[in-house]
Write a protein that binds this ligand. Structure first.
Ligand SMILES: [Zn+2]
Ligand SMILES: [Zn+2]
Length: 178
């Protein structure tokens, strides 16, 4: 079966991208994948924004098939296309202050100091998102080939406050990797 964009029949499904609930009647994206436990296929559901950010290729396929107009489709399509052009962007899984100084940055290989802003990464493997380390916020341009990542960081770290976002924006706009 092809990937699908449809209204959620109930509010029970959880989004694979952010872990949050998908409200009843909200439009959602369904990625069809081979069922690892049986014959046939299984469907992984996502909020549309989460799909555009984390599963750009199958999301664009479903978008191309959708006949009815979709609110916000231009923005969603352009974000998904950015994730295809910059192949590491879909790995973004939010931002946080480092809780210890033990992890190293996957971009510059330097340690990420305690309380320094870092971006969580996940790799998509066999239909699952696997935690895969972090990069400094200030290494965004070097690692993702773009510093235009704030919407993705906020999507997957919705608890970030305005002052957090301001600090992160300053690091994104600052001089490249120290
Ligand atoms: Zn989501
Ligand atoms: Zn770094």
């Amino acid at each position: 079966m092809p990937h699908v964009i449809e209204a959620a029949a109930t509010g029970r499904a959880k989004c694979r991208g952010c872990g949050g609930k998908i409200a009843a009647l909200e439009l959602r994206f369904g990625e069809r994948l081979p069922n690892p436990f049986a014959d046939g296929e299984t469907t992984h559901w996502f909020h549309l924004d989460c799909a555009a950010f984390k599963r750009p290729e199958p999301f664009l396929e479903a978008l191309a098939e959708k006949k009815e107009p979709l609110e916000g489709s231009e923005r969603l399509e352009s974000e998904a296309r950015r994730g295809v052009a910059h192949r590491r962007l879909p790995r973004i899984d939010g931002a946080e202050r480092a809780s210890s100084g033990r992890a190293s940055c996957r971009s510059c290989r330097e340690p990420i100091g305690k309380d320094v802003w870092r971006i969580r990464l996940v790799f998509h493997e066999d239909g699952r998102f696997v935690p895969s380390g972090c990069v400094h916020v200030r290494c965004s341009r070097a690692y993702f080939e773009t510093a235009d990542v704030l919407a993705r960081l906020h999507r997957f770290a919705p608890d970030l406050r305005d002052e957090d976002l301001k600090e992160i924006r300053q690091e994104l706009e600052g001089p490249a990797s120290a």
